[in-house]
Design a protein around this ligand. Structure first.
Ligand code: NAX
Length: 327
């Protein structure tokens, strides 16, 4: 049988953690034949809650769960990790300015990026879920780069929830199944400015843009619905998206590790593709094979798309500017 893989999860006592951990332990992320060891990081005051979650994981008697560690020390949590899911972050509280939020998270993600680079496997794959996830991944990658050892391109932000939300809106609009849609991409930031782009999307041999043929719907209904979906969930549920966010994290890492059969949206450090400045963590269409990913090249960018892509980029370059003294 295979040697266990070590998966570090931060914010393990939180609501996303509660949806995520059980699915990782059941083999939905790394494969039904892949044993896993969970290394759970949370704040000191959350350690008791983490213990409770571990008791429930025990009680599932998952055949693939080969061990668990709970800690408040990033150096312990990231030790020899193959995959790190950075879910815990400083939430925005009443009266907190955007700049304060960025600095509070900057402090967390510089520490965690350094600890990953010093302790994890050299080919570790890191996915940041905690918001602002693109900039938090950018910060972690910068901190990791100073240490060396790990690959700075393997520090990702999660855009997959936006991708999946867009798929479900397309399915509803056209009456077709979610699985019929291929080649969708969500460009940019995980925020209401993201640009979900179905110009290249196909469904059962049809081009989806031609099929829908409704620019007003795209501009006035589809993009706002996908962009504000997180707020709509909070409004309806009284709590932010958790199970769907956990599901998206599973999808992102599963495709990265095991390969993708379609384009997938990943927030990855730009290599300059499509004119996005190098290093900015931006949603791109990617393909995964053999444990690595590459950005799909050569897509045509029309004027409308360029404007949308620049708008969401501006938010990210502003955030990068705001944290530059921390890097
Ligand atoms: P919760 O508040 O339920 O849980 C967060 C957990 O993280 C808590 O247990 C807390 O103690 C822990 N934590 C805080 N700082 C930590 C640190 N420095 N080290 C380790 N653990 C720490 O939040 P939850 O609903 O689980 O959401 C977690 C994060 O995901 C938030 O930042 C949220 O904004 C973000 N989201 C990102 C999404 C995405 O698509 N990228 C969508 C869902 C979600 O909004």
């Amino acid at each position: 049988s295979k040697a266990p893989m070590r998966v570090a999860v931060t914010g393990a006592a939180g609501q996303i953690g509660y949806s995520l951990l059980f699915r990782i332990a059941s083999g939905e992320m790394l494969g039904k034949d892949q044993p896993v060891i969970l290394q759970l990081l949370d704040l000191p005051q959350a350690q008791q809650a983490v213990k409770g979650v571990m008791m429930e994981l025990d009680d599932c008697a998952f055949p693939l769960l080969a061990g668990m560690v709970a800690t408040d020390d990033p150096n312990v949590a990231f030790k020899d990790a193959d995959v790190c899911l950075l879910v815990g972050a400083r939430p925005r509280t009443k009266g907190m300015e955007r700049a304060d939020l960025l600095t509070a998270n900057g402090a967390i993600f510089t520490v965690q990026g350094k600890a990953i680079a010093e302790n994890a496997k050299e080919d570790v794959k890191v996915l940041v879920v905690g918001n602002p996830c693109n900039t938090n991944a950018y910060i972690a990658a910068a901190a990791a780069k100073k240490v060396g050892r790990t690959n700075p391109n393997n520090y990702h932000g999660m855009l997959r929830l936006d991708h999946n939300r867009a798929l479900s809106q397309l399915a509803e609009k056209t009456g077709r199944s979610v699985s019929s849609f291929k080649k969708l991409v969500v460009w940019g930031n995980h925020s209401p400015t993201m640009y979900a782009d179905y110009r290249n999307c196909e469904s059962n041999g049809d081009n989806v843009k031609a099929l829908i043929n409704d620019h007003a719907w795209n501009n006035d209904v589809f993009l706002p619905t996908v962009g504000k979906r997180g707020a709509a969930i909070i409004e309806a549920r009284g709590l932010s998206s958790a199970a769907s966010a956990a599901n998206a994290a599973i999808d992102h890492v599963r495709d990265w590790v095991l390969g993708s059969s379609d384009w997938v949206t990943m927030g990855v450090p730009s290599d300059g593709s499509y004119g996005i400045p190098a290093g900015i963590v931006y949603g791109f269409p990617c393909e995964c094979k053999g444990g690595s990913f590459k950005i799909i090249q050569g897509l045509e960018i029309d004027e409308y798309s360029r404007e949308k892509m620049n708008f969401t980029l501006k938010e990210l370059t502003d955030e990068a500017e705001a944290v530059k003294d921390m890097l």
